[in-house]
Design a protein around this ligand. Structure first.
Ligand SMILES: [Zn+2]
Ligand SMILES: [Zn+2]
Length: 131
């Protein structure tokens, strides 16, 4: 009898686990360890910090407004305002800037020195194809 109960519990556990991981979708497959930059839009603050990309996506999913396509704001740990957005750190000049600062261009285009990692990697990919 106990064996049957245990088997049922295990089965229930597997079903719960399977549905849960299905719900999490892409987030579950993201590995920890990849960091993303975040920057505060408040001009008096301008706080810059890093967060695990996985935590960022989990936060986005939890706070996403289903009626809006806009990315939800993150509360700044420095000034407490909902003014933190995902940012990029320029590999060339070290500037941390909000993604998509340069309109109609790569999201990681640096407004300071105009370097874009996406553009660089595409150039490299193109060069490799050309050979
Ligand atoms: Zn702030
Ligand atoms: Zn730069």
């Amino acid at each position: 009898m106990i064996g049957v109960i245990v088997a049922c519990l295990v089965l229930a556990g597997i079903i719960t686990y399977a549905t849960r991981s299905k719900e999490a979708g892409g987030i579950a497959s993201i590995k920890r360890g990849k960091m993303t930059w975040l920057k505060c839009r408040n001009p008096d603050c301008g706080h810059e910090y890093q967060m695990d990309l996985k935590d960022y996506f989990i936060y986005m999913k939890e706070h996403q407004d289903p009626m809006s396509m806009a990315a939800p704001e993150i509360v700044c740990p420095e000034c407490g305002e909902e003014s933190v957005y995902r940012a990029e750190k320029c590999e060339k000049c070290g500037l941390v800037f909000e993604r998509g600062t340069v309109p109609n261009d790569f999201v990681d285009r640096c407004p300071e020195c105009k370097y874009s990692k996406t553009e660089e990697s595409r150039k490299k990919a193109r060069a490799r194809k050309g050979k």
